[in-house]
Design a protein around this ligand. Structure first.
Ligand SMILES: Cc1cc2nc3c(=O)[nH]c(=O)nc-3n(C[C@H](O)[C@H](O)[C@H](O)COP(=O)(O)OP(=O)(O)OC[C@H]3O[C@@H](n4cnc5c(N)ncnc54)[C@H](O)[C@@H]3O)c2cc1C
Length: 321
């Protein structure tokens, strides 16, 4: 690991220079520093900032501080009762010890688990633009079938972000140019020709909190994660569904996928198939087909297309039963 300077931020008006990184739970950053994938000359610890609370918003939603730990958010009474999909997604991630450290802001900004990105002996366009992408023709079983480019096919690994995508969360950030709000749907970028740029956050911007909108009465939600082993494993495919059913018809639905996209993947195609239709298996299957219509399999990850379809159908069946 390269030597670095360590400081603690005392206010949210902290300004970052290039080559500096914020440190929250450290469960992504410190790993990557040990691997020499991240080599900041200076690390600014943000753990003293007053961003560790979950509070109701005036419009009946929830405001989640960037430093709220994943385990605290998952077990928050309001999250469990009203934002079930979020609690389930958080509890499906990592291990209890990691969840006790990992924060809301850090989880959104965690980096891909692509083997080539995490090993500096390989080229990687995300790590070093223009160097190449060995995953294209290499071992790409865990890689993306949606949103990839010839420059990068790495998946975004977060479970929490998938649930937040289906909940239409909003990210609040503060930087040198002031404060702003970014709908999570517009937060992440697909790799295109600049896989090193994963989201719209400026390097100096601090995520201060995330807001979740109020859900209409009767809304139900569920997160289903499919993976190689039942615990302590990243998703091969996952589905987050937030749905409002009236009578036997789907009035409103939001669907997001994990493990298959280069970013937490909202499927408006699947939503469009379902809205106004009866909550019926045949319609769930049509929605799943629509979600995966643009999928592009690589040599070893074609199975993810069927897996993601099954995840969508199963989650919709469970949440509308
Ligand atoms: C063994 C292992 C298994 C895991 N399994 C899963 C899993 O199954 N599912 C899953 O979703 N995740 C999993 N994770 C990832 C884990 O959830 C993330 O490492 C964690 O959420 C990151 O949060 P953190 O607070 O530790 O981030 P940090 O490591 O502190 O920071 C991560 C990045 O975000 C930046 N950052 C942090 N906070 C802010 C902020 N407020 N504003 C701006 N920038 C910020 C940092 O500078 C850094 O670049 C796993 C991790 C490990 C090590």
């Amino acid at each position: 690991m390269q030597a670095f300077r360590y400081t603690q931020a005392k206010t949210v008006d902290v300004a970052l220079d290039p080559g500096q990184r914020f440190l929250a739970g450290g469960t992504t950053l410190v790993d990557l520093m040990k691997l020499n994938v991240e080599t900041p000359h200076s690390v600014v610890d943000i753990n003293l900032l007053p961003l560790d609370r979950v509070e109701p918003t005036p419009d009946g939603g929830l405001k989640v501080g960037a430093l709220v730990r994943n385990s605290d958010l998952a077990n928050h009474a309001d999250v469990k009762a009203r934002y079930t999909v979020l609690s389930e997604a958080l509890l499906s991630g990592a291990s209890p010890q990691l969840r006790n450290m990992a924060t809301t802001g850090g989880n959104l900004l965690q980096r891909t688990r692509c083997y080539y990105y995490r090993d500096i002996n390989y080229a990687c366009n995300k790590r070093e633009p223009g160097s190449g992408c060995p995953a294209q023709d290499g071992f790409n079983r865990i890689h993306a079938v949606l949103g990839g480019s010839d420059q990068c096919v790495a998946t975004h690994p977060s479970d929490m972000a998938v649930a937040m995508m289906a909940l239409e969360a909003v990210v609040h950030a503060k930087g040198a140019k002031g404060e702003r709000q970014i709908a999570l749907e517009n937060f992440y970028l697909t790799p295109g020709t600049t896989p090193d740029k994963e989201n719209v956050l400026e390097p100096d911007e601090l995520i201060t909190y995330v807001t979740l909108p109020r859900l209409a009465a009767g809304t139900r939600s569920h997160y289903l994660k499919l993976r190689d082993r039942a615990q302590y494993e990243f998703a091969l495919a996952s589905a987050a569904v937030v749905v409002q059913v009236e009578g036997s018809r789907i009035r409103r639905v939001r669907i997001a996928l994990g493990g298959v996209g280069t970013k937490p993947w909202r499927s408006k195609e699947a939503e469009a198939v379902l809205e106004g239709k009866p909550a019926h298996t045949k319609n769930f299957e049509a929605a799943a087909a629509a979600a995966m219509r643009g999928a592009k399999p690589l040599k070893y990850n074609g199975f993810k297309i069927e897996l993601a379809k099954q995840a969508i159908v199963r989650t919709l069946s469970m949440v509308t039963a």
